[in-house]
Design a protein around this ligand. Structure first.
Ligand code: DUC
Ligand code: ZN
Ligand code: ZN
Ligand code: ZN
Length: 475
């Protein structure tokens, strides 16, 4: 027959439009949008459901070996399965360079880790920690052209951070080659100073992580990243923005016409510093960097989602088990806060949280939900229009939402390998009931339906949003 799969009676919502139509799928792609379509092997009735582009989680960590002995619970199998059950059809985790390692070796390592294991499609951002002459002149330019067109750099963490001169060199290379630079913006010396001060006062509980990672340190590094990027005339994206201080810097830059993009994550909407201050060591379950702040910061993050300061909403899934000497309890339950691995899980809860708390509570509209969770990340990371929209010729990556279904978050019902969720007991409305990746159903009613290996590696184009503003300046 005409189509492999036909989705009937859909309320289609994209970043731009909302309309009723049927969706015809053949060989993994959308080949028809129209009313009264017929003739398919399989017909899915979407009456009463909202059909949106499958989510793109453009910031998550899977199977990353870490310096200090902590190990990640999720690999590409459990991580992508969990993402699929939460309505996501593409993830962009990291291929992290270790100091002294060639970037090429890092990328090959992550291909070995992911080959044949993913349920949904994936690309990689590189993490550049050692910008040697070879990396800047040869490896990065070649890899950017080969489909690894974005990478992250850090302004903090001893084993990851770049100094300002290195940042400038990296930005100049990105400008020449058309790569998208993601920046973790926190001031390393401020954090080290505050950490030592707190420790000297015996303030070592998880809650002090929040004080050491001051919003002022985040604001300063955000401003510095913006200034360095302006000097070079190259776009950047500030990742995991936690509150109003950094938001103001990004809005200021955008107001001056700079191509500065921003990303935030569910934890900055749903958690506060009070969650780091729970009984005993429980606060460790919410230790991430930057840390969750206060209710006023949550409100500022909502506003920046609503008014367009942020383009991207990602999970920053960083999977460390709680009850595990190689996880959050790496150095024991009475360990100083600064020995607790930074990061929390969230691949499967990202979309349901924003759908329930954002769309259904009318803080953002449904088209902005799609823009933040699929279309913008596809554009910013060079996957559009193959990914991130519902259009003829695009991959049939679709999430069917029941906007009336109730969903209580329970770790026991999630599919990651982490032994907790920071959102245990959270009551949400709306849930993804069917998720298709290239036309294949990858999850149904929150359960996986596909074997590992369905997911394909995606090469990313040089993103249009990474283009500099001005004419070439001879960098
Ligand atoms: N940065 C991340 O991108 N993820 C987890 C922790 C961190 O600091
Ligand atoms: Zn980071
Ligand atoms: Zn991260
Ligand atoms: Zn210490």
């Amino acid at each position: 027959s005409h189509f492999d799969t036909l989705i009937k009676n859909a309320l289609i919502i994209t970043a731009a439009d909302r309309y009723h139509a049927d969706i015809g799928i053949k060989e993994g792609r959308i080949v028809a949008l129209g009313q009264g379509l017929s003739g398919a092997e399989e017909v899915i009735d979407a009456a009463g459901l909202w059909v949106m582009p499958g989510g793109i989680d453009a910031h998550c960590h899977l199977d990353q070996p870490l310096g200090d002995g902590a190990v990640m619970a999720d690999d590409f199998e459990t991580g992508t399965r969990s993402a699929a059950c939460g309505g996501t059809t593409t993830v962009i985790p990291f291929a992290a360079q270790q100091k002294g390692q060639s970037l090429r070796a890092a990328v090959e390592d992550y291909h070995r880790r992911s080959d044949g294991k993913a349920s949904i499609d994936y690309a990689f951002h590189m993490i550049v920690t050692d910008p040697t002459e070879t990396v800047l002149k040869e490896e990065l330019p070649a890899l950017i052209r080969e489909g690894y067109s974005s990478f992250k750099i850090y302004l903090t963490y001893d084993d990851l951070k770049l100094n300002d001169r290195e940042v400038l060199e990296v930005l100049a290379m990105a400008r020449r080659e058309g790569g998208m630079v993601m920046i973790h913006a926190e001031n390393a010396d401020c954090i080290a100073y505050l950490t030592e001060l707190l420790e000297a006062q015996g303030k070592t509980a998880p809650r002090y992580h929040g004080e050491a990672h001051s919003a002022i340190a985040e604001r300063e590094a955000t401003h510095r990243a913006i200034s360095l990027a302006e000097l070079i005339d190259v776009p950047i994206l500030i990742v995991h923005v936690s509150g109003p201080e950094a938001i103001e810097q990004i809005r200021w830059a955008q107001g001056r016409g700079l191509r500065v993009y921003g990303e935030t994550c569910p934890q900055y909407l749903m958690l506060t510093a009070a969650d780091l201050d729970k009984e005993g060591f429980e606060g460790a379950k919410c230790v991430c960097s930057p840390p969750p702040r206060d209710p006023k910061a949550q409100e500022a993050v909502w506003q920046a989602l609503e008014n367009g300061v942020f383009q991207v909403f990602s999970s920053d899934h960083a999977p460390f088990r709680y009850d595990d000497p190689k996880g959050k309890k790496l150095h024991g339950e009475d360990a100083d806060f600064h020995h607790i691995p930074n990061g929390i899980p969230g691949l499967e809860t990202r979309l349901p949280i924003l759908f329930s708390e954002g769309v259904l509570k009318e803080r953002i509209d449904a088209t902005r939900f799609v823009a933040l969770t699929a279309t913008n990340p596809a554009k910013i990371y060079g996957l559009y229009p193959r990914k991130g929209t519902i259009a003829i010729g695009s991959d049939a990556d679709l999430t069917l939402w029941d906007p009336r279904a109730a969903l209580t978050v329970r770790n026991a019902a999630l599919h990651h390998a982490v032994d907790y969720t920071p959102y245990e007991g959270l009551e949400l409305t709306g849930r993804p009931v069917l998720t298709l990746c290239r036309g294949r159903v990858v999850s149904r009613d929150g359960e996986p339906t596909v074997d590992p290996g369905h997911g394909q590696f995606l090469k990313c184009d040089k993103p249009q949003p990474a283009r500099p503003r001005g004419a070439a300046k001879g960098f």
